[in-house]
Design a protein around this ligand. Structure first.
Ligand SMILES: [Ca+2]
Ligand SMILES: [Ca+2]
Length: 261
């Protein structure tokens, strides 16, 4: 599985590596979840903060997940595992507060060094947070809470605002097949990106089974996009998949302005 993910990212990269510099959007992505980071968290594959508690599906090195075994039932009570909204942002513990690296963290987002190499985010006062669940959502909902999640990724993306510090949160344990985000949108700035991450008490990452590019900017300018802790599978390249053809599939396609970091 992890090989698949590497191949997926590799193919996305190869299509773009003729550039002498990496696109800004890509760099943001790489800090968040990718392997080949030029800045930030080194060569690891940071996973979703919550996943770091127990997830075993992540590729590679991410999970020095040995701080893992401290699951929510662990003995040490922490700000990310006490059932309290300690930082007052409206989000409680590792299941929902993106400032938590794991169940033993605090709820406030810190630097990579402070967060054990993982990228965390605090939801801004002016952020809009949209929840998406393939198993429990409905596209007639407003998406503004886990209880009123929308179902499709495209509907979730429609509810976000371009150029803002908004969040698209996918329910962990859910799977979407054949869905994409199309050209998607940009965030506000490097410190306030649009974020695609996850939520909920499940420990498996949201699984995205794709057969074309999950995001394809397709000629539009896109910047400041952060993607954390998703499992992306290019299913036509999975031999055990009924739609296997070994050739088609997808990844990400971004071309952006050069950035330094
Ligand atoms: Ca808490
Ligand atoms: Ca909180």
């Amino acid at each position: 599985m992890s090989n698949t993910k590497y191949a997926l990212w590799g193919s996305a990269l190869l299509r773009r590596m003729s550039m002498s510099v990496l696109p800004k959007a890509y760099l943001v992505l790489s800090v968040s979840i990718l392997i080949l980071s030029a800045c930030g968290g080194g060569s690891s594959t940071p996973s979703n903060p919550a996943d770091n508690t127990t997830d075993t599906s992540s590729s590679s090195s991410s999970s020095s997940s040995s701080n893992s075994s401290n699951s929510s039932s662990g003995s040490a009570l922490s700000a990310c595992n006490d059932g309290i909204d300690n930082d007052g942002d409206g989000y409680v513990d590792w299941q929902y507060d993106l400032g938590c690296v794991n169940a033993n963290d605090d709820e406030i987002s810190g630097t990579l060094a402070e967060e054990n190499g993982f990228t965390t985010f605090d939801v801004g006062n002016d952020s809009k947070v949209i929840y998406v669940s393939s198993s429990q959502g409905n596209d007639i909902n407003d998406g503004l809470s886990p209880a009123t999640a929308v179902q499709s990724l495209s509907r979730g993306a429609e509810l976000l605002r371009d150029g803002e510090n908004d969040f698209l949160l996918l329910r962990r344990g859910d799977t979407w097949r054949g869905e994409t985000l199309g050209r998607f949108i940009s965030g506000k700035d490097a410190d306030h990106p649009v974020v695609i991450a996850s939520y909920g008490s499940q420990t498996n990452r949201p699984r995205l089974e794709i057969d074309q590019n999950f995001i394809d900017h397709n000629g539009r300018v896109r910047n400041n996009v952060a993607i954390i802790g998703l499992e992306l599978i290019s299913y036509p390249k999975i031999p055990s998949d009924s739609a296997y053809d070994g050739e088609s599939g997808g990844g990400f396609r971004y071309v952006g302005e050069a950035a330094t970091c």
